[in-house]
Design a binder for this molecule. Sequence first.
Ligand code: URP
Ligand code: ZN
Ligand code: ZN
Length: 479
Amino acid sequence: MSVLIRGGRVITATDHYLGDVYVENGIISQIGTSLDLSADRVIDASGKYVIPGAVDPHTHMEMPFGGTVSCDDFTSGTVSAAFGGTTSLIDFCLQARGQTLPDALATWHEKLDRAKPVIDVGFHLAVTDLKEGGNLEDLARAPELGVTSYKLFMAYKNAIMVDDETLFKVMEVAARSGSQVLVHAENGDAIDVLVKRALAEGHTEPIWHARTRPPETEGEATNRAIQLAHVAGAHLYVVHVSCLEAIEPIARARAAGWQVRGETCTQYLFIDESFLERPNFEGAKYVYTPPPRHKENQERLWSALAGDVLSVVSTDHCPFNWQGQKTLGRDDFSKIPNGGPGIENRLHMLHHFGVRTGRISLNRFVELVSTNPARTFGLHPRKGTIAVGSDADIVVFDPEKRLTLSAHSHHSKIDYNLFEGTEVVGAPEVVLVRGQVIVEGDQLVGKPGDGAFIGRARVGEELHGAVLQAGVGGGRRFH
Ligand code: URP
Ligand code: ZN
Ligand code: ZN
């Protein structure tokens, strides 16, 4: 099967040129101008951008949380991702209390087998318990199964939060096994005190979600994780950075040459704390963690993205329906399941409000949503770029297409959209995963199973063909 994408403007993290891209058997085999080649399928990309498929390194499909389960499975979540130009995602495999780590990975593989993806999917391993179920030997072997990143929650006390002993031990294993450490950085103990006090004083509304999680609790935990990772010799990635208090320690560590990276998520660039005060419980739609912050943080996040203090924009797609799920917390903000949707709209929002306004260049846009997450999490150069030998994960992006973002037209199962009614210019038109057209205009032409599990390379290593083949669909369990 061959595909010729003709006459588009090819944009990578570093390049920007008019060219043709030729794909054979799922791999980019030639790039040039006026390629005189026949193909099974020719896509006219004139007037369009040809960019590498986006990589979303932060999603939660079918995740049990707060007494319910996030409402997208790997089929609906990846269909939504594909319509937004995302061709790979990395989901958090969450260890249940008392569960072994191999069983946790097997549980996530079962979810992926049951609801097959249309794009490629990798797993981070989220360790919640090393006392009853988890052990460090199993953790050290996870990279053999293509799982080369460990996640730790420093918040959500009495649920999935870990103590500093667990945090540090996992960091030490990561340093040995060549894995990335991801942290959800908030001081869960302090937040627990603040939440209990607010409830005792009768404060039950969604706005108290933000008032009980002040930015200093994020800043403190971010700095603690950075210092501990440095002692352990681990590579650290701070997820969903929302405020100046967390940006500053990351900036300091990076200036000192420490192996620290950070991401923010689309929602923190656009949604501020006032959304939580929307009447009739609508504020609950914006209960995700860390909470939406005061508006002044948004410009700080944009600057951190432009200046490479933050190197990725992810979505933290963790969808809970407003009706029936968010309403679990109608009388108590602490019972509102934490999380919001967004996997479909990351490129729309960043292109319209980032590229078109001049806040970031087209190259930086590609770097933030595709190249950097691919590099950081062991997918590069198979993913994250347009180059000979890379997977043909390609988005033909129409920079002039007008679209109104809405729950009525998105493809996630969730009943609301964080950016409801926002008008954007610029949207994916054709999306290919390993050379196969998955989305064409507003039509899904791919099917569940066109995507597959993808094993990832260790920190500092590259992912090439043979390694990916070993990872796709293989290595289910520890032996
Ligand atoms: O509120 C959020 N972000 N929910 C998903 C879990 C997490 O903390 O990332
Ligand atoms: Zn988190
Ligand atoms: Zn998350």
